[in-house]
Design a protein around this ligand. Structure first.
Ligand code: ZN
Length: 220
């Protein structure tokens, strides 16, 4: 059973909720998938059943084509946000970590071509492995965080939250117009370019702002 943890692996007092994600947040990733640049943020939701700890071996779905990694800065929400103003949103963040927005890319392309929702490609059980969360105060400016993903020692993705098309505060405000964010919810802030497939027994290293390193293993 998944439980939100801090960076030392201690449980945090928030029940796991929904995961609200930004589909197109970094220009370089929008281009690599040949998607049009959005004029407003594209949101989608993964259910609480998508959450797993990144510290445990990750089991990939089989039989649906490529499973892509998308490394993203993850925000743990600790206070309700409903129709919030951007200036009032940052104080609701009680933890910052990293997540993999695992995506069945071939299935997603099929669903997109048919004009169908993406849930079967993005919201399956285990589709959101997350690290422990550190206190936002320990990271300083949230809109200037470096983060990266290496697979088997090769750098695949690196980004900085300063390159997001919309600020974290603006995204939280816009999300809260449609979906009340409640304590225990997580927000994924989008992925930079470099998404590609994972395979059995891959070894992953995720870094957050040069201060935190997290290791993950794809099950064999
Ligand atoms: Zn994503």
């Amino acid at each position: 059973m998944y439980q939100h943890l801090d960076s030392e692996g201690q449980p945090l007092p928030y029940a796991a909720g929904k995961v609200v994600c930004v589909g197109r947040s970094y220009r370089d990733h929008v281009s690599e998938l040949n998607n049009p640049l959005p004029d407003q943020p594209l949101f989608f939701i993964k259910p609480a059943t998508s959450l797993v700890s990144l510290a445990q071996p990750l089991v990939l779905p089989t039989g649906h084509g490529a499973v892509h990694h998308e490394v993203e800065v993850a925000l743990l929400i600790g206070h309700p946000l409903c129709n919030a103003q951007a200036k009032d949103t940052l104080s609701a963040i009680v933890g910052v970590g990293l997540a993999l927005d695992l995506t069945l890319r071939d299935l997603q392309e099929t669903l997109k071509a048919q004009g169908h929702p993406w849930e079967r490609a993005k919201a399956f059980d285990g589709s959101c492995p997350v690290t422990g969360f550190v206190k936002p105060e320990s990271l300083g400016e949230l809109q200037a965080l470096d983060f990266s993903l290496s697979v088997n020692g090769q750098l695949r993705q690196s980004g900085n939250t300063s390159l997001m098309m919309w600020s974290i505060a603006e995204l939280l405000a816009q999300m809260s117009q449609s979906f009340t964010l409640t304590p225990g919810d997580i927000v994924l802030t989008g992925t930079p370019k470099g998404v590609s497939a994972l395979t059995a027994q891959d070894t992953l290293e995720l870094t957050l702002h040069g201060q935190y390193r997290f290791h993950a293993q794809i099950a064999g």
